[in-house]
Design a protein around this ligand. Structure first.
Ligand SMILES: [Zn+2]
Ligand SMILES: [Zn+2]
Length: 343
């Protein structure tokens, strides 16, 4: 005898194989396992890192897979043993989607660098769907006054720039340059300005100048028309330069803009080498640092700061059904500046 059970289904934007593109499919609404919650997804950002999954840029990805790691929604069901989160609570999930708690980094409490870090939309189905499962160690709480759409890009891009800047060592009044005015950079200018730095925005062309100034830049440097490093040196050199554009050549050019004890922090992901002479760093005790990610608690802080000081992304929204179009728009580089799916 078989018993017919009505299975609830939902829409998802899924990748069936590397390079196969996004397709809208019907999936079963999943049930949370121990230590997990089910999130009713309200909004999910489309981040450039989603290309890792859609284009299959990493070996060992198991398909089919639902991308998405800028997930904002509401806890809809609790798995066994979950006591610290409640149904109806607004939550988010960013790139840090869980850690093992046992590797050498985790044993030292540095679990943002977990060797076996899990990522939503890569290690398990992410937020391009109506319901998603997440382990509790990945959850971020979303402040009341922040909308789901506004919260989504803060969960990855916003949190990365906020935390890179607040850990950079720059003090109020220091000259801080934000290289690249895109998804990351337009957050970087806002946070840097609200932190009290003297903000130099470095972009290409004159068209984006007025926007950079509106976002909070004190100076705009058009790197097409001028040598950005020389311009920064005219003001004594930057204490910190946050490099957001995924362009190794542009990053290389910025090294010359550092002041004494200055630091170039790399956030934009590029596979091409950065070349410099050791003396460029040795004279003046300068450094280049890779930004390595955040914990969910770091992202809590980013969201609360954004709420407190009114930092918001500029956003283009698309309904989940148009996920392929939204992804193409993000990949085109023409979006201003973050693309967010709504459910
Ligand atoms: Zn991301
Ligand atoms: Zn670990």
């Amino acid at each position: 005898m078989t018993t017919a059970v009505a299975v609830a289904t939902m829409k998802a934007a899924q990748v069936s194989a590397a390079g196969a593109g996004l397709r809208i499919v019907e999936l079963e609404v999943p049930d949370p396992g121990p230590g997990q919650v089910r999130i009713k997804v309200k909004a999910c950002g489309v981040c450039h890192s989603d290309a890792i999954i859609v284009e299959g840029r990493r070996p060992g990805i198991s398909y089919p897979l639902v991308p998405g790691h800028e997930v904002a929604g509401v806890v809809d069901a609790l798995g066994a043993g979950v006591t610290e989160w409640r149904k109806g609570q607004r939550v988010g999930v960013g790139w840090h989607g869980g850690h093992d708690g046992t590797c050498p980094e985790c044993r030292r409490g540095d679990y943002r660098l977990c060797r076996n870090e899990k990522n939503p939309g890569l290690s398990y189905d992410g937020g391009y769907q109506e319901y998603m499962l997440a382990p509790v160690d990945a959850l971020v709480s979303i402040p009341d006054s922040l909308s789901d759409v506004d919260a989504a890009p803060l969960l990855c891009a916003g949190s990365a720039t906020y935390n890179a800047l607040r850990r950079s060592g720059a003090m109020p009044g220091d000259l801080v340059a934000v290289q690249g005015i895109g998804g990351l950079g337009h957050f970087g200018i806002q946070f840097a300005s609200k932190f009290g730095y003297k903000v130099a925005a470095v972009g290409r062309g004159s068209k984006i100048e007025s926007l950079a100034m509106k976002l909070g830049a004190d100076v705009y440097i058009d790197s097409k028309a001028k040598n950005a490093a020389e311009e920064l040196q005219k003001s004594g050199g930057a204490k910190v330069i946050i490099a957001t554009a995924p362009d190794s050549k542009a990053m290389t050019e910025m090294i010359g803009g550092l002041g004494s004890n200055g630091k170039l922090v790399l956030i934009g992901v590029s596979a091409n080498p950065i070349e410099f002479a050791p003396t460029q760093l040795i004279r003046g005790g300068k450094a280049i640092e890779g930004w390595a990610g955040v914990t969910p608690a770091d992202t809590d802080d980013a969201l609360h700061f954004a709420e407190l000081r009114g930092v918001r992304a500029m956003i283009e929204t698309y309904p989940l059904e148009k996920a392929p179009e939204a992804y193409a728009r993000m990949m085109s580089g023409d979006a201003e500046f973050r693309v967010v799916l709504t459910m």
